[in-house]
Design a protein around this ligand. Structure first.
Ligand code: NAG
Ligand code: NAG
Ligand code: NAG
Ligand code: NAG
Length: 363
C-alpha cells in the first residue's frame, strides 16, 4: 500500500512537471503579418511565423525575452521604415531559440536610405541591424539579409549559438557615398559561437571578433569587405580572445584576408587562433596582417605588448593580393608560438616594415 502511494505521488508529480511550463500551454503556431500583432504572439505562441511585415520607422522587430524553446520562422519579406536612430532593427534573445528562414525569406534593411559613405563615423545616425544578444543554446539558420544601414550581426553575451547558411548581400552599397562599416558578424563576450556557410558581400569586416572563446567560422565566402578579423582587441570591458578556428573560407575583392589587430597601450590577450584552408583573391591591402599598434581605428606604427598574441596557426592560407597590395605584414611587440604551414600569398609586395616576427612565421 505504501509502495502504491509512492508510485501515485511520483506519477502526479511527473504530470505536474509536464503541465507546468507555460510554453506547453501556448498555441502551437501563430503567423505575424502586422507589427502590432507581435507582442501578443510573443506571449502566447511557441512557434512564431513572420510573414511579409513592415516594421515601422524607429521600431525594433523585438524578439527578445522569448520563452525557452520558441521557434521563429521568417517566411516573407520584412522591411523597416526610415528614421535616424541607433536601432537595432531586429533583436532576438532567449534560450533554445531556433530562428529559421524558409526559402524566399528576406530581411530587407533598406540601407540606401541611410547610406552616405560615412558608416558609423558620422553623417546620418544609422540603426544597427540584428542584435543576437543573450542567445543561449540557440540557432539562426537560412536567413537572407540585404542592404543593412551599417553593421549587421552584433553577437554579444551569447553562448552556444549556431549560425548556419546566412546570406548578407550589401552589394547595392558598392557605390560612391554608399555602404560603410557594414560589418557582417561582430562578436563580443560570447562563447561557443559557430558560423557555418555564411555568404557575405559588404564593405567592412566579414568577421570581427573583439572578445570571446570557442568561436568557429567555417565554409564561408566573403566579398568586398575588410576580411576575417580578430580585433581590434583591447580597450573594451572584455579583452580576451581565446580559441578561434576560421577554416575553409574564401575571401575575394577585399582589403585584407586574415587579420589580427590589437590596441596600442591596452591590455588583454589573443591566443589559440587557427586560420586553415583560406583562399584569397584580389586582396588590395594585406593578405595576412598581424599588428599590435592600433589606436582609434588606425595603425600607429609602434606595437605594444599589453595584448600578447600567442598560438597562431596558419595552415594552407593561399592566394593573391593585387600588385599594390602587401602579401604579409607582421608588427609585433609580443607574439609567440606561431605555427605556419602551406602559407602562400603572392602577387603583391613584400613588406619592409615587419618587426617582432615570431619564430614559425615569416614576413
Ligand atoms: C545549454 O546547453 C548546455 C549543454 O547542453 C547545458 O549544459 C546548459 O545547461 C544549457 N543552458 C541552458 C541555459 O539551458
Ligand atoms: C557586450 O556586452 C557587454 C556587457 O556584458 C558590454 O559592456 C559591451 O559594450 C557589449 N558590446 C557590444 C558590442 O554591444
Ligand atoms: C578587386 O577588388 C576591388 C575591391 O577591392 C574591386 O573594386 C574590383 O572590381 C576587383 N577586381 C576584380 C577583377 O574583380
Ligand atoms: C602553442 O599553441 C598551440 C596552438 O594554439 C597550443 O596548443 C599550445 O598549447 C601552445 N604552446 C604554448 C607553449 O603556449
Amino acid at each position: 500500500m505504501r509502495f502504491t502511494t509512492a508510485i501515485l505521488v511520483a506519477v502526479l508529480e511527473f504530470t505536474a512537471v509536464l503541465a507546468a511550463p507555460t510554453d506547453l500551454e501556448k498555441r502551437a503556431s501563430c503567423t505575424v503579418t502586422s507589427y502590432s500583432a507581435l507582442s501578443a504572439a510573443k506571449s502566447s505562441c511557441s512557434t512564431i511565423t513572420i510573414g511579409n511585415l513592415a516594421v515601422p520607422a524607429g521600431k525594433t522587430l523585438d524578439l527578445t525575452g522569448l520563452s525557452s524553446g520558441t521557434k521563429v520562422i521568417f517566411s516573407g519579406e520584412v522591411t523597416f521604415g526610415y528614421e535616424e536612430w541607433e536601432g537595432p532593427l531586429v533583436s532576438v534573445s532567449g534560450t533554445k531559440i531556433t530562428v529559421t528562414g524558409t526559402s524566399g525569406n528576406l530581411l530587407n534593411g533598406g540601407g540606401a536610405s541611410w547610406w552616405d559613405g560615412k558608416g558609423s563615423n558620422g553623417g546620418k545616425t544609422k540603426p544597427k541591424f540584428f542584435a543576437a544578444h543573450k542567445m543561449i543554446n540557440s540557432s539562426i539558420t537560412g536567413l537572407k539579409i540585404k542592404n543593412t544601414p551599417v553593421q549587421c550581426f552584433s553577437i554579444n553575451n551569447s553562448q552556444n549559438l549556431d549560425i548556419e547558411s546566412v546570406t548578407i548581400d550589401n552589394r547595392a552599397g558598392d557605390v560612391t557615398n554608399g555602404g560603410h562599416n557594414t560589418d557582417a558578424f561582430d562578436i563580443g563576450s560570447s562563447t561557443g559561437i559557430t558560423i557555418n556557410k555564411a555568404t557575405v558581400y559588404n564593405q567592412d569586416d566579414c568577421l570581427a571578433i573583439n572578445s570571446g572563446s570557442d568561436i568557429v567560422f567555417s565554409n564561408g565566402y566573403c566579398s568586398g569587405g575588410h576580411g576575417l578579423s580578430i580585433g581590434s582587441v583591447g580597450g573594451r570591458s572584455d579583452n580576451v580572445v581565446k580559441g578561434v578556428t576560421i577554416s575553409d573560407t574564401t575571401v575575394v575583392n577585399s582589403q585584407n584576408g586574415a587579420r589580427i589587430k590589437t590596441v596600442y597601450g591596452a591590455t588583454g590577450s589573443v591566443s589559440d587562433i587557427t586560420y586553415s584552408g583560406i583562399t584569397l583573391q584580389n586582396i588590395s591591402q594585406y593578405g595576412i596582417v598581424i599588428e599590435q599598434d592600433y589606436q582609434n581605428g588606425s595603425p600607429t606604427g609602434t606595437p605594444t605588448k599589453g595584448v600578447p598574441i600567442s598560438g597562431v596557426t596558419m595552415k594552407n592560407v593561399k592566394g593573391t593580393v593585387t600588385s599594390s597590395g602587401t602579401e604579409v605584414y607582421i608588427l609585433c611587440a609580443s607574439c609567440s608560438n606561431f605555427t605556419w604551414s602551406g602559407v602562400s600569398v603572392t602577387g603583391g609586395k613584400k613588406s619592409s616594415k615587419c618587426k617582432g616576427i615570431p619564430s614559425g612565421a615569416s614576413c
